[in-house]
Design a protein around this ligand. Structure first.
Ligand code: FEO
Length: 401
């Protein structure tokens, strides 16, 4: 049974959802599932915009066959070669042997690496800014390398001003019937997951995202069709502004994220006291996480959101507690920039955690240390009060600037 929706008179959503997959890329938890979007344009020529993950192949083909009816498929545009979108290329070619696979040189290189060299006769290679007339509609291809892989293209449909944006403007989270952002409470249902998706999947490539945003902004954009998550046809500047800010590494909010590792609760106590002191000074909407409990993708998403980050960790094996080290290294690999940070380091006989955290964080672009790192000797004592108060005051003063 098909499950399709209309985007416009001639353009259909033929994707599907997966709520069974535990982790995206086998890394990122998916508590609300994920949507794999694919689109079909019916014109003098028919065009499929990307395929879907293998988990929903059956649903996908029921959708495609229903919309195509007795038409053949003329083109399949591959905007992105990651297998969550291109896993059905082979099946499409088998069913529609004359289909032309639209891609660039890198697309075809990756098709051969992942699947087969057997589709060479189907290749239809495009260059940056090439156009493909379909009848009423015209597609224009904009190369968007490293958003999120090197072969990525955006495809702009000129007649109806639709941007097929590959991974950009995507989010984790399956649909509950509504596929349009204006049909849901986006801020409540998707925004946090959109930020988690952006920061963890595309976060490292801010420069490339900025460059493609400039490139496509010469066109009017009435609809954005991403490969994951809701389709935008209203208030488009809202989601473009979010991506502009995220890709410039500009915090969305002046605020405090506190992240700690703790073995026996002593580092956690210090972090709670700092947060309490900040609250007493009037700081609101803080976030706090235990690195051993919360998946790093959620913490990284909030690090993208907030301006001030406070990290607390015990020394472990004469280095840094592993989960904290792993989190900070992941954040550094994603090249987060332009944040203020403060440190709490706990130890019983030799303090190494502050040294290692400082090394990682000062290696990140425009990261600035606020206040004196607080050295906690095993557990808090009344004489620590002054140093903790001073650290909270320094953070507060920096926030108030
Ligand atoms: Fe949804 Fe980069 O793939």
């Amino acid at each position: 049974m098909h499950n399709i929706q209309k985007i416009t008179d001639d353009i259909y959503w033929v994707g599907g959802m997966d709520r069974r997959l535990e982790r995206f890329e086998n890394m990122f938890p998916l508590p609300n599932g994920v949507a794999y979007n694919s689109y079909l344009i019916i014109d003098e020529k028919t065009v499929l915009m990307d395929t879907v993950d293998t988990s929903i192949t059956q649903q996908f083909f029921q959708n495609v066959v229903h919309v195509l009816g007795d038409r053949k498929l003329d083109f399949m545009v591959i905007n992105h070669m990651e297998p969550d979108h291109c896993a059905n290329i082979g099946e499409i070619v088998m069913r529609y042997p004359e289909v032309k696979i639209v891609g660039n040189a890198k697309t075809f290189q990756f098709i051969e690496q992942y699947y087969s060299e057997g589709y060479k006769n189907n290749y239809y290679q495009v260059r940056d800014s090439d156009e493909l007339p379909l009848g009423k509609h015209v597609l224009k291809f904009y190369f968007a390398p490293m958003v999120h892989w090197p072969e990525v293209m955006f495809t702009y449909e000129e007649t109806e001003s639709i941007l097929f944006s590959a991974d950009a403007f995507g989010t984790f989270g399956a649909f509950a019937g509504n596929i349009f952002a204006d049909q849901v409470d986006f801020d409540h249902v998707y925004l946090d997951e959109s930020r988690r998706y952006y920061s963890n999947i595309v976060g490292k490539y801010g420069i490339q995202v900025q460059s493609i945003l400039k490139k496509v902004s010469v066109n009017e954009i009435k609809i954005i069709c991403p490969l994951h998550g809701p389709i935008w046809r209203e208030n488009i500047s809202y989601i473009i502004d979010k991506h502009d800010k995220w890709s410039r590494y500009e915090p969305e909010k002046k605020g405090v994220l506190l992240v700690y590792a703790t073995m026996y609760g002593n580092t956690e106590n210090a972090m709670n006291i700092i947060a309490g002191k900040l609250a007493a000074k009037g700081v609101t909407d803080m976030r706090m996480y235990d690195v051993s409990k919360t998946h790093p993708s959620y913490i990284i998403a909030d690090a993208w959101k907030y301006s001030h980050l406070v990290f607390g960790s015990p020394t472990y094996n004469n280095g840094l507690y592993y989960q904290m080290e792993s989190l900070l290294k992941e954040m550094a690999a994603l090249q987060l920039q332009n944040r203020k940070f403060s440190l709490v380091g706990n130890f019983t006989w030799a303090c190494q955690s502050i040294k290692v955290m400082t090394e990682i964080l000062t290696g990140m672009k425009d990261f600035e240390l606020i206040g004196q790192p607080f050295e906690l000797k095993s557990s808090l004592k009344p004489e620590n009060e002054k140093a903790l108060e001073q650290l909270a005051e320094d953070i507060f003063m920096s926030l108030s600037k």
